[in-house]
Write a protein that binds this ligand. Structure first.
Ligand code: NAD
Length: 481
């Protein structure tokens, strides 16, 4: 694939203005192709198509929609090599990650919601002389807006439950990673999904994205992206009383207690810090270590981080590819420079000027994993989302100290606790202000569980029944005996 197109009413089309933006491969700086720079007119065409498709789609049986999800999952799975290749090209991520996380989870999301739909409870409440039946209607046309870090994985996490519950869709992926969403449209087209059920509009956030949020006929918005964008989305959608789900940024804590068997856990802690070059909203970017174990932890962690192989995404042994863009790398590097100004010292890594990744093409966006010690826990680097391969290390004396630092950010998405005592880990977990926390593991996901953040990390939950509840309007029917 090279130039991508919008997919509206079952047809692949350019934006009405023919305007485009370039799509760059960040691992080599070359232009892959063009992306339609759509605007409110394209969004309106897509919304009208989705509205036309709605009556027929919402009256298909639940079983039929389940079968569509299986058909999409099967078709994607058959072509998972294409998903891997496109995701690598758009993001610069390594092949092992594109295969094991992106391609695997995109298929799994469709299959999971198809399976889960079969067990959907139909709540019924008996009362004196009447029975209440809870009926689920679709919201109608829903807008799905997604970021660049796990492109098809995060889009499919929304598309599958939205389709299952009978909604029709206007989706907009990140302008930086348009290829797998277009591939999903092609797969749906190939298997004959009715036209207008899934529509795709590419383009920049403030134009195409904002037009989706503003469109009066789009009655539900599921948004995953940064907190600053989430504020704009909420400010636009709330006065229109749209149903809204916001999955936003994070500044997740990794907590290492004094009884943690470090050597056994170190590889997992490193993965929790640097998977996808730290560009996963769930990555732990602040590590709090019990003071009595700090020196031991810092030297072992730094050594393990230095073993990560950074470079050619096509090499099966590569652990970290490039960042999403040169501009994003500049932003991440500005935090490394800020850390030094704030009194931190670099234990390993540093900016690409200080410590370049060798043997990578000119114009690429690689950055070494960077570990910073000595920063106050309330410093900007330790409280603001960097969303790159940068981790700060901190110590704590008491649980009170620890919780004050851990809960001292505006974010509350995820975290992890590492300990030799599961019970102690469980008790501490309940005191962390966050939506998800792992004890002695990380990114261990059961898709039935609630996923989402507190504070500036978002509003609402996705996953299992929570997704199905979001993508439906509950109607209580009370029938007198
Ligand atoms: P972003 O907010 O810049 O963009 C996300 C999407 O919103 C893109 O498709 C973009 O084009 C669109 N957009 C931008 N402005 C818009 C507007 N005014 N109206 C409507 N849409 C608009 O985020 P990003 O840089 O693509 O992704 C990184 C961020 O996403 C990080 O903060 C990360 O933590 C977050 N994220 C959160 C989760 C989660 O589940 N909580 C998952 C992945 C990423």
């Amino acid at each position: 694939m090279a130039d991508v197109l919008n997919y509206i009413d079952g047809v692949f089309v350019a934006s009405h203005s023919n305007a485009t933006i370039p799509n760059i491969n960040p691992a080599n700086g070359t232009t892959i192709g063009s992306v339609p720079a759509s605007d409110a007119i394209d969004v309106d065409l897509a919304t009208k198509a989705a509205l036309r498709a709605l009556p027929a789609w919402k009256t298909t049986s639940f079983e039929e929609r389940i079968n569509w999800l299986y058909a999409i999952a099967d078709a994607l799975q058959e072509q998972s090599q294409t998903i891997i290749a496109l995701e690598m090209e758009d993001t610069g991520k390594p092949v092992s990650l594109a295969r094991n996380i992106d391609a695997f989870r995109s298929v799994a999301n469709f299959r999971f919601f198809a399976d889960h739909g079969k067990q959907l409870p139909e709540p019924k409440f008996e009362m004196d002389q009447a029975t209440n039946y809870v009926h689920r209607n679709p919201i109608g046309v829903v807008g799905l807006i997604t970021p660049w870090n796990l492109p098809l994985y995060l889009l499919s996490w929304k598309v599958a439950p939205a389709l299952l519950m009978g909604n029709t869709i206007v989706a907009k992926p990140s302008e930086m990673t348009p290829q797998t969403a277009t591939f999903l449209a092609k797969v749906m087209d190939d298997i004959g999904l009715p036209k207008g059920v899934f529509n795709l509009v590419h383009g920049l956030g403030p134009q195409a994205g904002q037009a989706i949020i503003e469109h009066p006929d789009i009655r539900g918005i599921s948004f995953t992206g940064g907190t600053a964008t989430g504020k704009i989305v909420a400010a636009t959608a709330a006065p229109m009383f749209k149903k809204l789900s916001l999955e936003l940024g994070g500044k997740n804590a990794t907590i290492v207690l004094d009884d943690a068997p470090l050597e056994e856990m170190m590889n997992s802690i490193v993965r929790a810090s640097f998977a996808n070059s730290g560009q996963i909203c769930l990555c732990g970017s602040r590590i709090f270590v019990d003071k009595s174990r700090y020196d031991e932890f810092a030297s072992s962690f730094t050594w393990h981080v230095e073993q990560l192989k950074v470079g050619n995404p096509h090499d099966e042994t590569t652990n970290m590819g490039s960042l999403i863009s040169v501009e994003h790398r500049d932003k991440v590097e500005s935090y490394i420079n800020l850390a030094v100004e704030e009194g931190g010292h670099i234990l390993t890594g540093g900016t690409s000027a200080q410590h370049p990744v060798t043997n990578v093409p000119e114009g690429s966006a690689f950055l070494r994993p960077t570990v910073i010690g000595g920063l106050p826990a309330h410093s900007r680097c330790a409280t603001e989302e960097i969303f790159g391969p940068v981790v700060t290390l901190h110590t704590f004396d008491t649980e009170t100290d620890l919780l004050e630092m851990v809960n001292g950010t505006n974010y509350g998405l995820a975290g992890s606790i590492w300990t030799g005592d599961k019970q102690r880990g469980h008790q501490l977990a309940t005191k962390v202000e966050t939506g998800i926390i792992w004890v002695n593991t990380w990114l261990h996901r059961d898709l039935r569980t609630p996923f989402g953040g507190v504070k500036n990390s978002g509003v609402g939950r996705e996953g299992g029944d929570w997704s199905l509840n979001f993508f439906s309007e509950l109607l209580n029917v009370c029938v007198h005996e």
